[in-house]
Design a protein around this ligand. Structure first.
Ligand SMILES: *[C@@H]1O[C@H](CO)[C@@H](O)[C@H](O)[C@H]1NC(C)=O
Ligand SMILES: *[C@@H]1O[C@H](CO)[C@@H](O)[C@H](O)[C@H]1NC(C)=O
Ligand SMILES: *[C@@H]1O[C@H](CO)[C@@H](O)[C@H](O)[C@H]1NC(C)=O
Ligand SMILES: *[C@@H]1O[C@H](CO)[C@@H](O)[C@H](O)[C@H]1NC(C)=O
Ligand SMILES: *[C@@H]1O[C@H](CO)[C@@H](O)[C@H](O)[C@H]1NC(C)=O
Ligand SMILES: [Zn+2]
Length: 943
């Protein structure tokens, strides 16, 4: 799966620093969705049923006891939802079903424990599989808190390997909660409501659809029949065959679609959809296998599924060659679901996506939209092998699934779009993202003990940046260390040997080990079983090298150590390799430098760590950047900047040294270093854009960005698009930084394109829409704002609406911003799910900061009631990012006071966190303001 947080990351790449990104909007949207998902509190299982000599009663943990092993299921599901409503029918949000599961008893037991939640089970029959003899039970119960479904038998089942059948009849409800089996809605032909059924089982919601052994290693064969209304189409993991059926007294006509038995697979990969019969589809073939993309009919008719089809065919072929193993099913459906919690879900043979992760509109969608589609598709298709065929034994090793799929997706995208150089972007999209959360004390190891991940909430929490991005980062490090051949061979072998089986970390890695004769297991353990990552300190004059954990708030060193593969180069010499096995400091002559050469370690940032040097070496590296930057590899240029700023935050080096790494950017045209610098300078902007530092800082940025703006001018003026994806992103950076830092030519360009649009000709290129809207409106008047609002109000394309909604927040006119804030209270003007991100956009605008803060305090009661806790938390977090004065701190404390007196205050935790952050900001500004001011003044003098 590619989950919520993940979306923001995938899009973040293309968004613009120093101004605002559209990302928070999506994050908040996801949060709003997640809010609706019922929270299950972590409750231990019920107490044992007394009076029985045999092993019975609930398992001592939240895990199934494994005395009964499911072999196959036969499931009937009948959802009653109408996909179209006429003026007399009422919608029915429920489903009925029955299931027969064939079980092998391997250990004596009087209780059958499996999973079910929020199902009403109306009938249970247990029979001996051979004799068909019915086995009586005393009682059964679905425990919704623990998700256990217990059947207490009169007599024990004997664990001699005999088979039993468990038959259950059940009913459940369809909610719009995006979990289990759920309903989703869309509009067709302007005003016709349509409904559909979709599913999301991962990680623990198959149990909301039918009683099952809902643990990833309890794999089984599933024989599924969906009974659905006439006029609808049902899909599931395998190929289906339909026929009309009589349903007793029911007057409606029904179709039964029976699906081929699935391969042996985990419950979390099951999937169902029921849509109108004429739901859009685009078909093609891969070998003899039917490949289909499904989406709203209007989207498919307009060609929005074409791109996904094109890359799916390429990427399937690529993975088949890479793994030397065919895609295992005889069909593949991929469907864009209008309401979807993550970005994609790899259900075997029926992959589901949110619309923005599968649909692409040529000429309208931007490069980052396209990259998002390619990345998510490549991720989910990688799972068709790693995840679906070979599966982690338990959720504690989810990182094997997700880290691999994330890492491999870069290979898949690179094959489908070779011009993009997507592999260079992994440093921004994964490594930097992982490092940013993994340097906090609250981080967790990639792989936790099984016993620490039992509760569904704990499992759900694992779908985070560490699991995905750090997972990919440490696999990339391994890949670089043992090299491609051994890495891929290891994957192939484990793929073949563990086909349909489970892997543990301790199984995957030895295959790499025997292939390379390097201590892969020993090395990887240090990266997967401990949180965080190290900073390596190299003193090039003495050759001393040492490591310690890198924490942004440096405290007492906890003594953690890693086995660190190091690739380093010295000026004008060959690359060298080393493995740092101890904490140090130790002396390694190879790191010593005699002449005026420099040393660069962690070349191309293949290692997941930061590097600090003695000041002399830093200066030599900076000098090299300034005199001839291509002598340092592209990725390393970005990493030098990112390391320097982070080392300065953690007080390893001076803030001026970090700032100095940005001086050479005046000659830099590549995206990776620019993006690294802008991301880091964003913090400076937030801290200083209301102070006297801002003027000199703007001057400096103006000076640095002007050549980059010039570099892309031929594209900007001719409305052409650079071929390289990174160049496309850097053009956006050039324009947004230039326009917001006083490059007049830039503002004139934005104004002129916007005015042309007002006069009826829209020539604004898709990639530039967001930044042109923003900068033209920032420089414009109320008529421009009203024009853009009118366009927003009538736009039907989601990406266009989002770009405009963001652009509207960029005006510098206080009264317009205030009116816009007011619109967020009116759901006819701004949809409920967009309200939070709109307020956030306004707060990011320096002119709107104070207004937004006043606004949320003034409307606090309404906002809390309307949206609830998750919303409040992130709203407070976003709106107060700039806070760095004692006065603001006092306001926060006052608000906390009011809030706690209220009793119903739901934002306690968020308030505590932002107060802590504000205190840290105040301290940082006190310590650094004068130095930073002097530096910028100095830099803007030398023109
Ligand atoms: C499911 O189908 C397979 C293959 O036809 C069959 O062997 C198995 O018995 C079926 N399972 C159940 C529970 O009916
Ligand atoms: C329902 O719609 C049909 C045509 O679609 C119309 O003839 C009929 O009058 C409507 N009935 C009601 C109760 O509105
Ligand atoms: C399960 O439900 C289906 C569809 O309603 C029905 O045809 C079938 O007979 C039921 N199975 C059993 C064993 O009752
Ligand atoms: C569990 O939830 C289902 C559906 O909401 C309900 O029918 C059932 O009674 C609940 N079970 C318990 C023990 O509360
Ligand atoms: C670093 O990455 C670039 C691609 O960005 C590649 O061409 C170069 O060979 C790599 N250098 C090393 C030492 O791996
Ligand atoms: Zn995934």
């Amino acid at each position: 799966m590619a989950k919520g947080v993940y979306i923001s990351k995938a899009l973040a790449i293309a968004t613009i620093v120093l101004t605002v990104s559209a990302v928070c909007g999506i994050v908040l949207m996801v949060i709003l969705y997640q809010m609706q998902i019922e929270k299950k509190s972590p409750v231990r299982p019920p107490s044992p049923v007394p009076t029985t000599p045999l092993p019975t009663g609930p398992p001592p943990t939240l895990r199934l006891p494994k005395n009964l092993i499911p072999e196959s299921y036969k499931i009937y599901i009948q959802p009653f939802l109408y996909t179209k409503l006429n003026n007399v029918t009422e919608q029915s949000y429920f489903f009925k079903g029955n299931s027969t599961v064939r079980l092998k008893c391997v250990k004596d037991t009087r209780s059958i424990f499996l999973h079910a939640a929020f199902l009403s089970v109306t009938h249970v029959v247990v029979t001996h599989s051979d004799t068909q003899k019915e086995i009586d039970y005393e009682r059964y119960q679905v425990q919704n808190e623990t998700n256990f479904f217990e059947i207490l038998l009169k007599d024990a089942l004997i664990g001699n390997g005999s088979y039993y059948n468990l038959f259950t009849v059940f009913e459940g409800e369809l909610h719009d909660d995006l979990a289990g089996l759920y309903s989703s809605q869309y509009t067709e032909k302007v005003d016709e409501e349509r409904f559909l059924i979709a599913s999301q089982m991962q990680p623990t919601d198959a149990r909301r659809v039918f009683p099952c052994f809902d643990e990833p290693d309890m794999k089984a064969v599933f024989n599924i029949t969906v009974i659905h209304r006439d006029g609808t189409t049902a899909l599931s993991n395998t190929k289906g065959y339909s026929r009309y059926v009589e349903m007793g007294t029911d007057e409606d006509s029904w179709i039964a679609t029976t699906f081929d038995p699935t391969p042996v697979m985990s419950t979390y990969l099951l999937a169902f959809t029921v849509t109108v019969q004429d739901f859009g589809r685009k078909s093609d073939k891969h070998d003899t296998k039917e490949i289909k993309i499904w989406a709203r009919p209007e989207a498919v008719a307009a060609g929005h599924a074409n791109y996904a089809m094109e890359i799916t065919l390429k990427i399937l072929e690529y993975y088949e060659n890479l793994f030397k193993m065919k895609y295992q099913l005889n069909k593949l459906d991929q469907i864009a679901v209008p309401d979807f919690s993550g970005s994609g879900m790899e259900n075997w043979g029926l992959v589901m996506y949110r619309e923005s992760a599968l649909l692409y509109e040529e000429g309208v969608s931007s490069a980052s939209n396209k990259e998002f589609v390619a990345t998510v598709v490549a991720h989910e298709l990688a799972h068709q092998w790693f995840g679906n065929l070979v599966t982690m034994k338990w959720w504690n090793n989810l990182w094997l699934n997700e880290g691999l799929a994330t890492f491999l997706s870069y290979f898949g995208v690179n094959y489908a779009e070779p011009m993009w150089n997507i592999k260079d972007l992994i440093i921004l999209k994964e490594i930097r993202v992982a490092m940013e959360v993994d340097c906090l004390n609250s981080s967790h190891p990639l792989s936790l003990p099984e016993s620490e991940v039992e509760d569904p909430d704990d499992i759900a929490e694992l779908f985070d940046g560490i699991t995905y991005s750090k997972g990919a980062a440490v696999l990339r490090m391994l890949y670089a260390y043992i090299e491609e051949k051994a890495f891929m061979e290891g994957l192939r072998v484990s793929g073949i040997v563990y086909n349909q089986h489970m892997i543990r970390q301790s199984i995957l890695l030895p295959y790499q080990d025997t292939n390379t004769h390097k201590d892969v297991v020993g090395i990887m353990k240090t990266w997967t079983e401990q949180p965080g990552y190290p900073v390596i300190t190299i003193n090039t004059s003495t050759g001393m090298i040492a490591q310690e954990q890198f924490l942004i708030n440096r405290g007492e060193d906890q003594g953690l150590e890693w086995k660190v593969p190091i690739k380093f180069i010295k000026r004008d010499s060959e690359i060298q390799e080393d493995l740092l096995k101890e904490k140090g400091p130790i002396r390694v002559p190879a790191y010593e430098i005699k002449d005026d050469a420099w040393l660069l370690a962690n070349v191309n940032c293949t290692g997941y760590y930061r590097v600090n040097y003695d000041e002399q070496n830093w200066n030599k590296l900076i000098h090299q950047l300034e005199s001839n930057h291509p002598a340092i590899p592209l990725i390393s240029r970005g990493q030098l900047i990112d390391d320097a700023f982070n080392l300065a935050r953690a007080k390893y080096i001076n803030v001026t040294l970090a700032l100095t790494t940005t001086k050479y950017l005046i000659n830099e045209t590549d995206y990776v270093p620019w993006e690294s610098a802008l991301k880091n300078l964003r913090y400076f902007m937030l801290m200083f854009d209301r102070s006297e530092v801002y003027g000199p800082m703007q001057k400096y940025l103006h000076k640095q960005i002007a050549p980059l703006y010039e570099y892309f001018k031929k594209y900007t003026d001719n409305m052409t698009v650079p071929l390289d994806l990174a160049d496309q992103y850097n053009q956006i950076n050039a324009i947004s930084v230039a326009c917001s830092n006083g490059v007049l030519e830039c503002t004139a360009m934005a104004r002129s394109l916007f005015n042309e649009w007002k006069n009826g000709t829209d020539r604004i290129p898709p990639n530039l829409k967001s930044t042109i809207y923003c900068n033209a409106i920032a420089a414009g008047d109320e008529h421009d704002w009203d024009f853009a609002w009118e366009k927003y109000d009538t736009a039907t394309i989601a990406t266009m609406k989002d770009d405009l909604r963001y652009g509207l927040s960029c005006t510098k006119k206080i009264w317009l911003l205030n009116r816009y804030l007011g619109y967020t209270l009116d759901h006819n003007k701004i949809r409920k799910m967009d309200a939070a991100s709109t307020i956030t956009y306004i707060a990011k605008n320096v002119a709107g900061q104070a207004l937004a803060w006043d606004f949320i305090r003034a409307h606090w009661t309404y906002i809390s009631q309307e949206y609830g806790i998750m919303f409040d938390d992130s709203l407070i977090d976003e709106v107060t990012q700039r806070f760095s004065t004692d006065f603001e701190l006092q306001q926060l404390r006052d608000f906390q006071q009011v809030c706690s007196e209220d009793g119903s205050c739901v934002a306690k935790r968020a308030l505590e966190q932002v107060i802590e952050r504000t205190e840290a900001n105040i301290k940082w500004v006190k310590e650094n303001k004068q130095t930073v001011l002097n530096w910028f003044v100095e830099q803007s003098k030398v023109l």
